[in-house]
Design a protein around this ligand. Structure first.
Ligand code: HEC
Ligand code: HEC
Length: 360
């Protein structure tokens, strides 16, 4: 399961090769761009992260000077945190598509600028899970970490590393790197000098084991809707969507239609593991790599029922599946403009794939 959650990085790579640089790496800046990014930083970020990026000016916002973070934080801890914010913390989302003030290019420019200021090149971390003795890790956590991160990961001097929104989109290697190397210029020690490699693996595995909540739950995977359940509210009237650019539906409009129990089909085009984590109620998982569009087309209603696709990043794979459907002659199709990250950070309801979780 956890291995699969790192797929968005791979997905971003795929989308890039498909010509849609949705999660492309930020590039070098000209002097003018650098000055513009510095002004954005001052305007939007300095309040909490400090005039000099030192952190802890307000709301315990972490340092944005630490080499360790800036090297390893892309995309989740830099791009996604800035664009979509972190639910349950004071870090809001800045992307215009969820109502923030910044355009995609401005966010990328700011990330490039943060890298420039810190003077580090990003390093690529392994996507493999860290294997360790989680039980031993629990004891190490209580002994070494709880004093700063809280007994239940709720955060004290250090951030709330038990926050599901943080852990859900963090790779094992990112956690391990932070633990081993610490965060230079902050209170986070480099445990590479204190713990053995096996102990660092153990505490990483322990944190990972808390991803679905501090009291461990065994996820029970949910069965996706069957063909006869594809249409949501089959007996009801269709929604009236006013599409942007003839293609995009806004989260607000989709949510209203769902609340009003209108008839439609929702297709979730992300990898299945993401659908299991959280999805929009009633959606059918149809991952973008799913190559059975012929069969899918046969299973979808041809009476003009709206078919809305959505994905993570926020639109590429949803647009891809939409295109396949339009080519097959489906008329009323749309793509969710903000993607599910935007949907979640705007506070619209989600349904958890893992329904009947049991305590361990
Ligand atoms: C209202 C205060 C506030 C403002 C303004 C703010 N942040 Fe944050 N930011 C936070 C807090 C608090 C966190 C830690 C969230 C957590 O506990 O996970 C955070 C986390 C982050 C992280 C993730 C760091 C990590 O270690 O995972 C990044 C990157 C970030 N902020 C960048 C920015 C940028 C860039 C801006 C300006 C566009 C900004 N923030 C504006 C409060 C703020
Ligand atoms: C003395 C206090 C202190 C102790 C002890 C400590 N931490 Fe931290 N930790 C911090 C602070 C402060 C930060 C945030 C630093 C920053 O980036 O501004 C942090 C950051 C982290 C991060 C990065 C979180 C993120 O969202 O980017 C991880 C992971 C982490 N700590 C794990 C651990 C583990 C595991 C232990 C025990 C082995 C531990 N810490 C012990 C203070 C501490």
């Amino acid at each position: 399961m956890w291995k699969q959650l790192i797929h968005p990085i791979i997905l971003c790579g795929l989308l890039f090769t498909a010509g849609q640089a949705v999660c492309a790496e930020p590039g070098d800046l000209t002097a003018d761009e650098s000055a513009a990014a510095a002004a954005d930083y001052k305007k939007y970020c300095a309040l909490c992260h400090g005039d000099d990026r030192q952190g802890y000016a307000n709301d315990d916002a972490p340092s944005l000077r630490s080499k360790s973070l800036i090297r390893t934080g892309f995309p989740f801890h830099l791009l996604f945190a800035i664009a979509y914010g972190r639910r349950g913390t004071p870090m809001g989302g800045y992307f215009e598509e969820i109502g923030g003030p910044m355009k995609r290019e401005e966010i990328y420019r700011l990330i490039s600028w943060l890298r420039e200021q810190v003077g580090v090149e990003p390093i690529e971390l392994s996507l493999e899970p860290v294997i360790g003795d989680a039980k031993a890790g629990e004891a190490i956590y209580a002994d070494q970490c709880a004093v700063c991160h809280g007994e239940n990961g709720e955060g004290e001097i250090g951030p709330a590393i038990g926050n599901p929104a943080t852990l859900a989109l963090t790779t094992d290697a990112f956690l391990r790197y932070a633990i081993e190397n610490g965060r230079d210029g902050t209170d986070m020690p480099a445990f590479g000098e204190i713990l053995s490699a096996a102990e660092i693996d153990a505490v990483t595995a322990f944190l990972r084991s808390r991803s679905t909540g501090w009291s461990v739950k065994k996820p029970v995977l949910r069965t996706p809707p069957t063909v006869d359940q594809y249409v949501i509210n089959p007996g009801s009237p269709a929604p009236e969507f006013d599409l942007q650019d003839g293609l995009y539906v806004k989260s607000e409009d989709l949510n209203r239609a769902l609340q009003e129990k209108r008839r439609m089909v929702l297709l979730d085009t992300r990898v299945m593991s993401m659908w299991q984590m959280a999805n929009i109620e009633g959606s059918v998982p149809v991952p973008y790599y799913f190559d059975e569009f012929e069969r899918l087309a046969g299973d979808l209603p041809t009476d003009g029922t709206w078919i809305v696709t959505y994905c993570e990043c926020p639109r590429a794979s949803a647009e891809y599946v939409n295109k396949q459907l339009r080519e097959k002659g489906f008329e009323n199709t749309a793509v969710l403009w903000e993607g599910i990250q935007g949907w979640i950070s705007l506070g619209f309801p989600i349904s958890l794939g893992q329904v009947s979780a049991q305590n361990d």
